[in-house]
Design a protein around this ligand. Structure first.
Ligand SMILES: Nc1ncnc2c1ncn2[C@@H]1O[C@H](COP(=O)(O)OP(=O)(O)OP(=O)(O)O)[C@@H](O)[C@H]1O
Length: 423
């Protein structure tokens, strides 16, 4: 068992691309920590730095309390399982599973016994005398997992091990991985870009975007109480409504979220009211999940939003309604361009060197993060409403939906939560 601690870990690839930006993370002993984020956000880079396959540009990596930046992969005692479950093609399944035990000098009868017991647990007993090319994708991944387990590592690193499998096999193996790593008690860091996989597998999830940690917490914490607009949007199963509102406090009677054509009142009794009121006169981002909007009649009391039905989409298990509500849309705020970080905190010669590296010597200078464009836009949003059955609404008609104020997610324009999330 092992703890993994990253302190301000940064990775800059040759050419100046900041793949990981001052990452602080901790995986506890025996924990299954999932790294989740879109393609290219730096998940594999992070995993490879922990494995010792990629050099750390700056910052510290601690494995079980020991500074590991300069340890060789072998000294780190980690086992890695990749997407393709790379196996030795000329060895049988038995040969592949036996390999780490042979290297460790284990006696032949014990190797046989341990390999057969694990093959049984992984349901690949019948394949023991076959070569990898005769196995299905799911069987190959089981063998790769088995070989990693037999190495008895202190740490498992898994890089999208299920992504090449079909949906059914993914669900089945996901459950097996979950129960296996928990019964072994081995600390596991698991990379995926699949939200469902992350939510269903993890003890905790670290959400990454453009090399920057967006949030970390249990699945329930990051889903229900996300720290950033990016986390809220990335974990939302339907597209999240991200709307721009101006905060007002008319005669100090209550806090008003002014969407332009519609307003919603946050009473002072709401625990978030004070934090929101500090943004009076400013724009904020309001996140609303499509499944918390409930169709109501025009006479309904309480907070509501209204829009003209533009489209109704049938999705089998649900309907999505797109309402033209005339509310300004906001795109998901992103961290600044990864190459721009290089400009922050540098002067003179270094700055001109970076400009040359970025090929911007004669072009528009890169802006430091603080000067980047605001996240809002003047586009009008469609308000997306999720319905479990066919709505009574017709396209072109006006529709009203009730808003549960407690379910509104409130962010600053750069995507940080206004009321701090509970962790
Ligand atoms: N050797 C390299 N040199 C330069 N840039 C690199 C190198 N390796 C990766 N990158 C860049 O770093 C960024 C992060 O890559 P990484 O593979 O870590 O992302 P990822 O989140 O694992 O993506 P995916 O889910 O698609 O595998 C990408 O933009 C990638 O192009």
């Amino acid at each position: 068992m092992s703890t993994v601690v990253l302190e301000n870990v940064t990775k800059v690839y040759p050419g100046g691309f900041v793949a990981i930006d001052r990452m602080n993370l901790r995986a506890e002993e025996g924990e299954l920590l999932v790294l989740l984020g879109p393609s290219g956000c730096g998940k594999s880079t992070l995993l490879r730095m922990i494995a010792g396959l990629e050099e750390i540009t700056s910052g510290s990596l601690w494995l079980d309390g020991r500074l590991a930046n300069d340890l060789t992969p072998r000294e780190r005692n980690v086992a890695m399982v990749f997407q393709s479950g790379a196996l030795y093609p000329h060895r049988t399944v038995r040969g592949n599973l036996s390999f780490p035990l042979e290297i460790a000098g284990v006696e032949v009868p014990e190797i046989r016994e341990r390999v057969e017991a694990l093959a049984k647990a992984l349901q690949i007993e019948e394949t023991l005398d076959r070569r990898p090319h005769t196995l299905s994708g799911g069987q190959r991944q089981r063998v790769a997992m088995g070989r990693a387990i037999l190495r008895q590592p202190s740490l498992f690193l898994m890089d999208e091990p299920l992504s090449n499998l079909d949906a059914g096999m993914r669900t089945e193996l996901r459950m097996e991985i979950s129960s296996l790593v928990r019964s072994l008690g081995i600390t596991t860091i698991y990379v995926t870009h699949d939200q469902v996989e992350a939510l269903s597998l993890a003890d905790r999830i670290a959400i990454i975007n453009r090399g920057v940690l967006q949030d970390i917490g249990t699945p329930a914490q990051v889903y229900n109480d996300p720290a950033t607009a990016f986390t809220a949007a990335f974990l939302s199963s339907q597209q999240l409504n991200l709307l721009a509102a101006t905060v007002r406090t008319p005669q100090n009677q209550y806090v008003l979220l002014d969407f332009g054509p519609s307003q919603i009142v946050i009473p002072w009794t709401d625990p978030r009211a004070y934090a929101v009121s500090r943004h009076t006169g400013m724009q904020i981002i309001v996140g609303i999940r499509p499944d918390v909007l409930v169709p109501v009649s025009d006479q309904a009391e309480g907070p509501t939003l209204v829009g003209r039905v533009r489209t109704l989409e049938y999705h089998g298990h649900e309907w999505l309604a797109f309402l033209e509500a005339g509310i300004p849309a906001v795109s998901v705020p992103q961290p600044p361009d990864q190459r721009r970080h290089l400009m922050a905190g540098t002067t003179g010669k270094a700055r001109s060197l970076i400009r040359r590296m970025l090929g911007r010597e004669n072009g528009a200078a890169a802006q430091p993060p603080s000067a980047s464009a605001p996240a809002g836009s003047h586009r009008r949003a469609d308000l997306i409403v999720r319905l479990s059955s066919r709505p009574a609404w017709r396209v072109g008609e006006y529709a009203r939906v009730a808003v549960d104020v407690a379910q509104l997610m409130l962010f600053t324009m750069d995507g940080a939560r206004i009321d701090p999330p509970r962790r």
